[in-house]
Design a protein around this ligand. Structure first.
Ligand code: HGY
Ligand code: MN
Ligand code: MN
Length: 418
């Protein structure tokens, strides 16, 4: 390996190696439509973790797995007593998800460490790469539980007892894949956290920018709604007097969709998941479960919006004689990132010649929780056609490389600050 002689400013990552690493990782859980399915704590998640650890070992990093299965790889600093710079994201995916969401931030961080290693560049501070457990929250709700427990916002036992649709417990699945580590899942002092991620929206592409520097992430509020009705034979039961849980739910779901137009501002509201029982074409449904996801930069607006919705749900429930139960499943406040680090992202993008944009993240990330315990910033690159959480999710390789070059220099600058 050659010693890097030039000015550190000229250092760049190896885009071809990044691409090959991404393509190797995307083979794990690959779906017919060209996406990936690596649900948290599934066999595919285990396979991806095993491969990630193999790559960490090749870099002689000190590896640590904590009680939530978060995987940390530490590269020593000249001053190993200094607080570290952490960078990473997640390897788990949505069902039929994309090849870039989360994994680009972990493989990008890996490429940074490979670049430092091969150029024999040491930093003052240690650098830690991380894969956070269950960022997606699709199989086990809520999302971002690995970073949520680590940052002290979620309780280990509560997460351990979360179950998936088939009733499997989080802790049992974590043990089954061999990633329930010994190390306590709790925060230690860190100097800075950078998370590199695809934008998952249309703005960078529309504005012809390559690097996004989010000022922060919106709040995320998740609710679970359970509607009770009365099952009966669809034929002889008169329409009058039915308590059809699915019709009640359908009316409620439309209210979710209409909510943002009532409250103005940046609010978005979505029902993504619905389960109907007994789900037989000739039985009037008597149980429906559906989810509500509300997001806004303004936490208060999101809470007020929910109040409106809850009232509308109650009115529909009474009108149709279908009692409801509401679970306030999860809330993460909006997270304004560290202004100095966000400016660093913009400055590095400019110095490296990449057009950049100061923006907001509408997607949740582990950075939402990390921002509660350490100076945090994110680096975005464009999603082609603004698509994500779909098999066609895609980002140009040259943009992926550009993002990692910005990540490299942000990390170098922070890791060399005394
Ligand atoms: O929900 C989100 O925005 C993220 O994918 N967990
Ligand atoms: Mn993600
Ligand atoms: Mn995601």
């Amino acid at each position: 390996m050659k010693e890097f002689k030039g000015s550190i400013d000229r250092l760049r990552v190896n885009g071809e190696r990044l691409r090959q690493t991404m393509e190797t990782m995307s083979k794990i859980g690959r779906t017919k439509g060209g996406g990936v399915q690596r649900l948290a704590l599934s066999d595919e998640d285990k396979e991806a973790r095993d491969l990630f650890i193999k790559w960490l070992k090749e870099l002689n990093l000190e590896i640590l797995i904590d009680q939530m299965g978060n995987i940390f790889g530490k590269r020593k600093g000249k001053r190993d007593d200094f607080t570290p710079v952490i960078t990473g994201s997640h390897l788990d995916s949505q069902p039929k998800g994309g090849r870039f969401d989360g994994v680009l931030g972990v493989m990008g961080a890996l490429e940074v460490l490979r670049t430092l290693e091969e150029n024999k560049i040491d930093t003052e501070r240690p650098i830690i790469i991380v894969d956070w457990t269950n960022e997606e929250g699709s199989r086990f709700a809520p999302a971002m539980v690995g970073s949520g427990v680590w940052s002290g916002s979620l309780d280990t036992e509560w997460v351990y007892n979360r179950t998936d649709a088939s009733g499997k417990r989080f802790e049992d699945e974590l043990k089954r894949i061999g990633y329930k580590g010994e190390f306590p899942c709790k925060s230690f002092p860190i100097y800075a956290y950078y998370e590199y991620h695809i934008e998952q929206g249309p703005i960078l592409e529309r504005e012809n920018k390559i690097i996004g520097a989010p000022k922060g992430i919106v709040c995320l509020h998740w609710y679970d709604i359970y509607v009770e009705g009365e099952a009966n034979q669809v034929g002889p039961t008169p329409m009058e007097g039915r308590h059809d849980a699915l019709c009640a739910a359908a009316e409620m779901i439309l209210k979710v969709n209409e909510l943002p137009s009532k409250v103005k501002g940046d609010l978005v509201a979505t029902v993504g998941e619905i389960n109907n029982y007994p789900n037989s074409r000739n039985i009037i449904p008597d149980k429906v479960h559906f989810t509500v996801d509300i997001r806004s930069w303004d936490d208060q607006l999101a809470l007020e919006a929910w109040k409106i919705l809850e009232k509308e749900f109650k009115a529909i429930s009474e009108k149709r004689g279908c009692p409801i139960r509401v679970e306030e499943t999860w809330k993460v406040e909006h997270s304004p990132f560290d202004k100095r680090l966000v400016q660093r992202v913009l400055d590095n993008a400019q110095r490296l010649g990449y057009p950049s944009l100061y923006m907001v993240s509408g997607a949740g990330h582990d950075a939402s929780y990390m921002n509660q315990v350490a100076p945090t910033a994110m680096i975005f690159v464009p999603s082609i056609n603004g698509r994500s959480h779909v098999e066609v999710e895609n980002t140009k390789w040259e943009d992926c490389e550009a993002g990692v070059n910005v990540l490299l220099h942000c990390i170098l600058q922070s890791a060399n600050e005394r």
